[in-house]
Write a protein that binds this ligand. Sequence first.
Ligand SMILES: Cc1cc2nc3c(=O)[nH]c(=O)nc-3n(C[C@H](O)[C@H](O)[C@H](O)COP(=O)(O)OP(=O)(O)OC[C@H]3O[C@@H](n4cnc5c(N)ncnc54)[C@H](O)[C@@H]3O)c2cc1C
Ligand code: FES
Length: 284
Amino acid sequence: MANPLQLRAEVLANHPEGAVHRLVLHAPGVPQRVRPGHFATLAVGGANSALLLRRPFSIHRADPAAETVELVIAPRGAGSRELAAARVGDRLDLLAPLGTPFPLPDGPVSALLVGAGHRAAPLFALGAEIRRRGGQVGFVLGAARADGLYGVEQAQALTQDVLVLTEDGSRGLTGRAADPLGEAIDAIDAGVVYAAGPTAMLRQVTETAVERSVRVHTAVEAAMACGTGFCMSCVLPVIGADGRSRFVRACTDGPVFDGARVRWSDIGTVPPDLEGAAAMGVGA
Ligand SMILES: Cc1cc2nc3c(=O)[nH]c(=O)nc-3n(C[C@H](O)[C@H](O)[C@H](O)COP(=O)(O)OP(=O)(O)OC[C@H]3O[C@@H](n4cnc5c(N)ncnc54)[C@H](O)[C@@H]3O)c2cc1C
Ligand code: FES
């Protein structure tokens, strides 16, 4: 874990952006600890709420000079709706940074960044960091409809190689983000792929990258309870460096994993050959 801080972060801005809200939070001490791929958790509901669990959100941007972190909130259930409605001056109970960030390339590489809807939120700071290190980036951004896309302009500010897809064809090509992956890898001669999105997309992205012998780092979005490694509610089956499969925690061992090591088709099951959480009774 990345030595997180817990503090009451003041809401400096709440920008509605299509179907989501971008919150800018004053979080002194946090931004300098953040690397692309880290996430934060926020308390919801107040002291007497039935909403016991903190809600996890990727850190979209972190600005040490301004002492801010930005989160992109898609209103879904009670917790995210409350956060999306936060007003300037409100104070939110923030714990960050959490998780294991995206591994950064050592030198200048060509990297393809693939994101689905608002789940693409952590990819833009990653793209900027890769550019800062002398690398090149390309983006593939997809969503069901045009209003579900996130960050197209941010991607275009980093590179001309931005491919946009919607499932209903309302913007860009018709299809899903993972569909044109092979061509997109070839087009920029990508040496590494980074992906953030739903499990089915991450699996498809991984399969295509592995077919082309390209490294692939995937940011998974597992349902989380504690977010800090204690409850084991977020485990998924991953093949270790020793070739043995174990349940590992998405919140502390991830959320970023080498896609080639994730047993995508076994997520949500308890395969008999696994070590780790299964042996501890989780999922039994
Ligand atoms: C590492 C990580 C990063 C995330 N980053 C973002 C982000 O940048 N922006 C964003 O809007 N959301 C993000 N999420 C999802 C977000 O945490 C959930 O949407 C939120 O916790 C739902 O809480 P709720 O109270 O609104 O809804 P609930 O009432 O708890 O659930 C409402 C709906 O959301 C679904 N849901 C609940 N938890 C999750 C989850 N962890 N992942 C996916 N679906 C869930 C439920 O199945 C249900 O359909 C992230 C999740 C994780 C684990
Ligand atoms: S959410 Fe509790 S261990 Fe990961």
